[in-house]
Design a protein around this ligand. Structure first.
Ligand SMILES: Cc1cc2nc3c(=O)[nH]c(=O)nc-3n(C[C@H](O)[C@H](O)[C@H](O)COP(=O)(O)OP(=O)(O)OC[C@H]3O[C@@H](n4cnc5c(N)ncnc54)[C@H](O)[C@@H]3O)c2cc1C
Length: 377
C-alpha cells in the first residue's frame, strides 16, 4: 500500500494554503480533492474581501487569524502579483440608532487589533465616497479585495514547487486508524476504489468537514461539528458604474452575527450586493429573483442612486458554518484531535468567513501545530 507523510483532504483555499505552508522536500505531502480542479466549492463562491478583523469576539481564532492573514495576504499579493486591491471599507450608519452603535463596533474592532480603524463624519464620508449616504461611518483602511482563483493557483504552485502532489477527482470515502497513521479509502470519478496510508491527516473538506470528522470516528453532533445548511446569495448591479463606490460599503450589522448586505466592488470595475444569507434545506445554487426587493431596500439606504430594475441575480454559496439559526458568531475549529484518541488527525471545521482572508495564517498555524507537536511524525 502506498504511504505518504501528510494528506490534506480538500483543495479549497484553506487546504491549498496549508499544503503550501506544510510542504517541504523532506515530507511527502498529498492533497486529495473530489472535483476535477481546485476551488470548485465555497472558495469560488464568496465576496473575495480581504477582511480587516472587525467583528469577532476578543481572543477568537477568527479574530487572530484574520488580522494576521490580512497582513500576510497583502504581502503575498504584492510579492507574487496576485490581483488584488486595497480598497478600504466604510461601515455606514444611516440613522441615530446606528450612529450610537458605531463606538461599540469600533471597540470590538480595536480589541481585535484592526489597524487604523476610526470613526469619520458625514462630511468625511462624502469626501471619500460622494455617492454614498451616511450620517457617520467607521473607516477601515486595511480592507480590500483579492482574486481568489489566482490566490489558490499561487498556493497550489507553491505546494508543488515544495514537492507536494495534488490529485483531483479523488473522493475520500473512509478513514481507519492504523498503526503509524490512517488508512484512507477513496473512489475516483469512475467509482474505482483504492486505499493508501497516511501518517498525518488534515481535514479541510469545507462543507463536508463534519462528515470527514465522522469518518475518522468523531460523533459530529456530540462534538458540535455538524455543518449547517446556510446559503448566501448575491445580486449584481448592472448599470450606473460611474456612481459605484470604490470602497467596500457595509451597513452597521443589522443583527448579531450577520454583517448585512454590503457592496463588493470587483477587480473588473463591476459591483455586487450581498450576501444575504438564510438557513435552508435547499441544495441548489440558484438565486431566487424574489429577493430583489429585499436587496434593494437593504442597500438603497446608503446607495441612493440604486435602481431596483438594475439588480440581477448573481452567484450563491453555502457557508461551511457550525452556527445554527438564532446563534451568534461561532469560532473556527482548528485542532489536533489527540484528546479523542486521534493523534495524527488535524481537524478544521466551520472555516467560514473570514477563511479566505485568514488562509495564509491558517497555513502557518497548522504548520506550527505539526512542527511543535509531541504527537505527530
Ligand atoms: C457567501 C460567502 C461569502 C464569503 N465571503 C468571504 C469574504 O469576503 N472573505 C473571506 O475571507 N471569506 C469569505 N467567505 C468564507 C470563505 O469563502 C471560506 O472560509 C473559504 O472559502 C473556505 O475554504 P475551504 O478550503 O475550507 O473550503 P472549500 O472551498 O469548500 O474547499 C473544501 C474542498 O474539500 C473538498 N472535499 C469535500 N469532501 C471531500 C472528500 N470526501 N474527498 C475529497 N475532497 C473533498 C470539496 O470538494 C472542496 O473543494 C465567504 C463564504 C461564503 C459562503
Amino acid at each position: 500500500m502506498e504511504k505518504v507523510d501528510i494528506t490534506i483532504i480538500g483543495a479549497g483555499v484553506v487546504g491549498l494554503a496549508i499544503a503550501a505552508y506544510v510542504s517541504d522536500k523532506s515530507r511527502n505531502v498529498l492533497v486529495v480533492e473530489k472535483h476535477k480542479s481546485f476551488g470548485q466549492e465555497t472558495s469560488s463562491r464568496n465576496s473575495e474581501v480581504i477582511h480587516a478583523s472587525i467583528y469577532y469576539p476578543k481572543n477568537s481564532l477568527k479574530g487572530k487569524l484574520c488580522l494576521e492573514g490580512n497582513e500576510m495576504l497583502c504581502e503575498l499579493c504584492h510579492k507574487y502579483n496576485i490581483p488584488h486591491k486595497n480598497t478600504g471599507k466604510l461601515i455606514v450608519a444611516c440613522n441615530d440608532e446606528e450612529v450610537a452603535k458605531l463606538p461599540i463596533l469600533l471597540n470590538t474592532a480595536m480589541n481585535n487589533g484592526a489597524k487604523g480603524v476610526h470613526i469619520i463624519s458625514q462630511d468625511e464620508v462624502k469626501k471619500m465616497e460622494p455617492n454614498v449616504e451616511a450620517r457617520a461611518a467607521i473607516y477601515c483602511p486595511t480592507s480590500g479585495i483579492v482574486d481568489s482563483h489566482s490566490l489558490m493557483r499561487h498556493y497550489e504552485a507553491m505546494a508543488i514547487e515544495n514537492g507536494a502532489n495534488a490529485i483531483y477527482g479523488i473522493e475520500v470515502v473512509s478513514i481507519d486508524k492504523a498503526s503509524g497513521g490512517y488508512i484512507v479509502g477513496y473512489k475516483d470519478r469512475s467509482e474505482v476504489r483504492g486505499k493508501f496510508q497516511s501518517r498525518i491527516l488534515i481535514n479541510c473538506a469545507g462543507l463536508e468537514s463534519g462528515k470527514i470528522s465522522e469518518m475518522a470516528g468523531i460523533n459530529q453532533d456530540e462534538a458540535g461539528y455538524r455543518i449547517q445548511r446556510c446559503k448566501g446569495i448575491y445580486f449584481r448591479v448592472r448599470h450606473g458604474i460611474e456612481k459605484f463606490p470604490k470602497m467596500l460599503i457595509y451597513p452597521v450589522p443589522p443583527v448579531h452575527g450577520h454583517v448585512g448586505v454590503h457592496t463588493t466592488p470587483d477587480l473588473g470595475g463591476g459591483m455586487r450586493l450581498g450576501p444575504h444569507f438564510y438557513w435552508t434545506d435547499e441544495m441548489d445554487l440558484n438565486v431566487d429573483e424574489s429577493y430583489r426587493e429585499y436587496f434593494y431596500e437593504s442597500a438603497v439606504r446608503f446607495l441612493p442612486f440604486l435602481k431596483i430594475e438594475d439588480l440581477q441575480p448573481d452567484i450563491a454559496g453555502f457557508y461551511p458554518t457550525r452556527q445554527k439559526p438564532g446563534e451568534g458568531l461561532i469560532d473556527f475549529i482548528i485542532k489536533h484531535e489527540s484528546e479523542r484518541g486521534l493523534d495524527n488527525f488535524i481537524n478544521l471545521v466551520g472555516i467560514e468567513s473570514p477563511g479566505l482572508t485568514a488562509s495564509p495564517a491558517i497555513g502557518k498555524y497548522v504548520k506550527e501545530l505539526i512542527d511543535n507537536s509531541i504527537y505527530l511524525l
